[in-house]
Design a protein around this ligand. Structure first.
Ligand SMILES: [Zn+2]
Length: 579
């Protein structure tokens, strides 16, 4: 009797304590703003590689004062920009959100179409061009759920230098997505969102800010000039290439982000707002010089300072205690073939164009009928031409297998066909699941070639698009009151980002989400006297490291050494993957 009374009192106290946690509620603007920073092409190992060179307040805000997941990998094979951004915000893979490539062959239009290209819309901010929208998404996003939960009171924006990296994260219900016209650098949007740019964005474009990024010298810490943004001089003339491959592009994006936050009054409404900032410069440079170059290191160090400045701005605007920050990336990158070869790794840079010609000539010989059986190869993915196969009376399954065999002849290790993936007909192993996760009904007939590790489909620079860790391993880190600071080496996936944030905001996870809530990184709930909103970080109890499978950074007094609890990979069946 007495013990049951004690139990109910304890239960009551537990309820009291839970009511005052640092966990949020999007319904009454706790937190005021969630910022998701997606770095385009940023491998998970960079955070550790340059750890001793990060300054205060940038990456270290997340590494030292946030929850850092060191072992986060995409569990699919199609590690490209559009799928990566869609995955982060839908909490699903391509078999859920439908975006399996940056562009695909459209059998009706008989041409490659972009993942966000939308004939029903027009660009806004420049005079011409097919517009863009999230119309190809087959799942909704974190922002959509936030809008639904708050009857539209939450405000959701996405920005990037690239259309797909701004639009897909902002979802269907986003209040705005902004990206640049690649040629001029002017910020634009689409009639999907609005018929003209808001005044603040027009003013931004008219303020000659763009010009101040031209004719600059990018120097490393020793004062060596790495690049200039001087037009001409034999370089590509577009703003995207010229400024985009330097840290100045991130400055330009952060300037725009600050204006957006200020003029759209993010963080001051009745519900939690959401901003996704996708930083494109790393990707543009990384393709050219590879992950192990001095330039990429300088870019990362510059980004560290830029993030510190942006986080400081957020602190001034609304107080960092009112902001949650998540940091991740859309994919990694392979080493340059020359670098991999130096380490005696088997490596090659194929020409996708030559491979396409080789495959088409092999199939033409095999069927004694000359045709363009493959329309395009975005290595290692091949887009198949149904009309060419119709002429030799072949149906999809056989046609795709024929292409797959020709791809193997051309140097691919194996293949998965679209029709095979559609029926979930793959070996019951990890690789099979990765390719099931890469499936989408969009894009006609196609074949995923399985590349030999360290091979890429271009002959200069490097690329990503493989199922291997150099492409799948990316950072995943959170900063904010609900998170228990620490380094977490438990299994994590990009799909966990949206699911974790949705849970903490008290809203539904996105429609097709399969990620898990990263509970090991959540601060223990504690009531803080005199504060309805929960307390500051230092008011929390020390983490129960053993129970949580939590591993503090090396050197910590509470380092549990070998006590880390192995967290089993989330129970995911092939049946789920085949949806
Ligand atoms: Zn990318």
């Amino acid at each position: 009797m007495r013990s049951s009374l004690r139990c109910s009192i304890l239960g009551f106290l537990l309820c009291l304590s839970l009511s005052g946690t640092g966990f949020g509620s999007a319904y009454n603007a706790r937190p005021k703003l969630v910022v998701i920073v997606v770095i385009d092409q940023f491998r998970g190992d960079y955070l550790e590689r340059y750890r001793d060179q990060w300054g205060e307040g940038g990456f270290r805000l997340l590494l030292d004062h946030g929850a850092d997941f060191t072992d986060c990998n995409y569990d699919y094979a199609n590690t490209r920009t559009a799928p990566g951004h869609a995955t982060l915000l839908t909490g699903a893979y391509s078999n859920g959100h439908g975006i399996m490539a940056n562009e695909w062959w459209d059998p009706a239009k008989k041409r490659m179409v972009g993942s966000v290209e939308d004939d029903a819309t027009k660009l806004v901010g420049i005079s011409s061009g097919i517009g863009a929208s999230p119309h190809n998404l087959l799942a909704d996003t974190l922002g959509d759920e936030l809008k639904l939960a708050t009857q539209g009171k939450a405000r959701v924006f996405g920005i990037s230098l690239k259309d797909r990296a701004a639009i897909l994260p902002a979802g269907f219900a986003g209040d705005g997505a902004y990206w640049i016209d690649p040629r001029t650098g002017t910020w634009i949007t689409s009639t999907y969102y609005r018929s003209e740019l808001p005044k603040w964005a027009q003013d931004f474009n008219n303020s000659k800010r763009l010009e101040k990024y031209l004719n600059l010298e990018w120097k490393d810490s020793n004062g060596e000039v790495l690049r200039t943004t001087k037009p001409g001089e034999g370089k590509a003339g577009s703003f995207f290439e010229l400024v985009g491959s330097t840290p100045f592009a991130n400055d330009y994006e952060f300037e725009f982000a600050r204006e957006l936050i200020t003029y759209e009054k993010l963080g001051s409404g009745p519900a939690t707002d959401l901003l996704i900032v996708s930083l494109s410069a790393n990707d543009i440079l990384g393709h050219q010089v590879g992950p192990d170059s001095a330039e990429m290191q300088a870019m990362a160090l510059a980004m560290d300072r830029q993030l510190a400045g942006f986080f400081e701005f957020l602190g001034h605007q609304m107080g960092l205690a009112n902001v949650w920050i998540a940091l991740s990336a859309d994919h990694g990158i392979a080493p340059l073939p020359t670098v991999a070869a130096r380490m005696h790794l088997p490596t090659a840079g194929f020409s996708s164009e030559k491979m396409k010609a080789q495959v088409n000539s092999a199939l033409s010989a095999r069927f004694s009928h000359s045709a363009e059986y493959v329309k395009d190869i975005d290595y290692p993915l091949a887009w198949v031409n149904p009309e060419a196969f119709a002429a030799v009376k072949m149906k999809e399954g056989d046609a795709e297998r024929a292409v797959g065999e020709a791809l193997k002849q051309a140097g691919l290790r194996a293949y998965y066909t679209r029709s095979q993936l559609e029926h979930g007909d793959v070996p019951n192993d990890e690789a099979g699941l990765k390719y099931l996760h890469s499936y989408s009904p969009l894009g006609g007939w196609y074949v995923f070639g399985v590349p030999v590790p360290y091979t890429i489909g271009i002959t200069s620079g490097t690329d990503h698009a493989s199922p291997y860790t150099y492409d799948t391993h990316i950072p995943l880190a959170f900063y904010g009151l609900p998170f228990q600071a620490g380094t977490y080496r438990t299994h994590a996936e990009p799909a966990d980002l949206a699911v974790t944030l949705a849970s903490l905001l008290g809203i539904n996870a996105p429609s097709h989400a399969i990620g898990r809530v990263l509970t090991e990184a959540l601060a223990p709930p504690r009531r803080v006297p005199g504060s309805a909103r929960g307390g500051e970080r230092e008011e929390r109890s020390a983490p129960d490291v053993e129970r949580r499978g939590f591993r503090p950074a090396a050197g910590s007094a509470t380092d549990p050494a070998n006590k880390m609890v192995a967290v089993k990979k989330a129970d995911r069946t092939l049946a789920e993957g085949a949806r």
